[in-house]
Design a binder for this molecule. Sequence first.
Ligand SMILES: Cc1cc2nc3c(=O)[nH]c(=O)nc-3n(C[C@H](O)[C@H](O)[C@H](O)COP(=O)(O)OP(=O)(O)OC[C@H]3O[C@@H](n4cnc5c(N)ncnc54)[C@H](O)[C@@H]3O)c2cc1C
Length: 393
Amino acid sequence: VRPATPAESARVLAVCHAHGQAVVPQGGMTGLVGGGAPRDGDVVLSLERLTRVEDIDRDGLTLTAEAGVVLQTAQERCAEADLELPVDLGARGSATIGGLIATNAGGVRVIRHGMMRDSVLGLEAVLADGTVLSSMNRMLKNNVGYDLKQVFIGSEGTLGVVTRAVIRLRPRSKQVTTAIAAAPTVDTVIGFLGLLHADMGDDIASFEVMWPEYDAFVRARCPNLRPPLSPGLGFAVLVETLTESLVLERVLAAALRQGLIVDATVAKNERERAAFWAVREGAGEGMRALGPYFVYDVSMPIATMETFGTPRSPRATRRPPSWFWATWATAICMWSPPSVRRPRAIIAPSMTLSTGSSATTAARSRPSTVSEWRSAPTWAGRARRPRSRSCVR
Ligand SMILES: Cc1cc2nc3c(=O)[nH]c(=O)nc-3n(C[C@H](O)[C@H](O)[C@H](O)COP(=O)(O)OP(=O)(O)OC[C@H]3O[C@@H](n4cnc5c(N)ncnc54)[C@H](O)[C@@H]3O)c2cc1C
């Protein structure tokens, strides 16, 4: 069903509710865990026609838009007003405002602006029975009572369908400098981040770490991507700062002197910047070519990174040797040979580490296509599906 307005969306849900019909909302279908994949008999509620950018308030720094507006479209409209959206990610060409809210997306600027939750000022959602809950607050400061919109952010469609939202905007960054540096160990990566924090504070826009296995994977499997540094230098760190390049170069030089990094290169123009980002964002095709895989979007305290993310650690090496493993940013990707049908038991020990910490941990997994969802009922991701599905009756 493709409603054209929020009101039509509410009517669809009311009718489905009256008939006990399960409904699954879909945005741009870029989610990595198959939450938008329907089962036989489900009604799909596509938000693709809710594409109205209602307002960009230059003084109040807000965007008011319908849920089906694609992130990149919203970014372009904001740029025309010399403003920018705080959340950005590789799926920008398809992911929708509603989907970003439903998944509480983080994205590549999370270190500066936080997650989607931090940028949603107001929203409108339709409950399973068609009731419209509207909380289209446009103000930064609003301390009136309970903040009910929060329960819909990150609820993955399980509590209702987001139809409209008000997003906080920022002035457009005037200067952006992008670099890739190589750090030999997790400790030096952390030291490098500390140095950047001490020197630049809030001017750090992105800090994306690609583990050595990810770097090796890109070099072996993704011929279109060209990592700018030599192979075998350790962890590749993509840094973006809202400063002129001289400022970042000065900090990189200090990091080299202190042994926190062993090499670095700064993008000289927009083409090089895009090539750097492609290394971080463009490995999806190579991963899909390896077969069905599990993606875990994991948050953990910095202090546990070494243990969790590095295959040398005793916990991580519990996986069978035939498993291939790559870690980058907050994602951990695992491939198994076809004979492995029950990965849950293998994944569980690693997950204990992070759920036992004080950090928020979101474990997400999925085969790569909808048909694989259907044909692989023993996958861990399949077992988790009911949590992410919107079976609103
Ligand atoms: C290349 C790539 C890079 C990515 N990078 C990042 C990243 O850096 N950080 C990060 O956090 N995520 C990342 N993601 C995942 C990202 O969170 C999702 O892609 C995006 O937020 C989902 O938006 P969507 O419109 O595609 O939603 P869909 O995939 O269509 O849906 C996702 C879930 O939300 C529900 N849903 C969708 N729309 C609504 C709505 N209007 N109301 C209620 N429920 C709804 C669906 O039922 C489903 O459960 C990446 C994905 C890709 C493919």
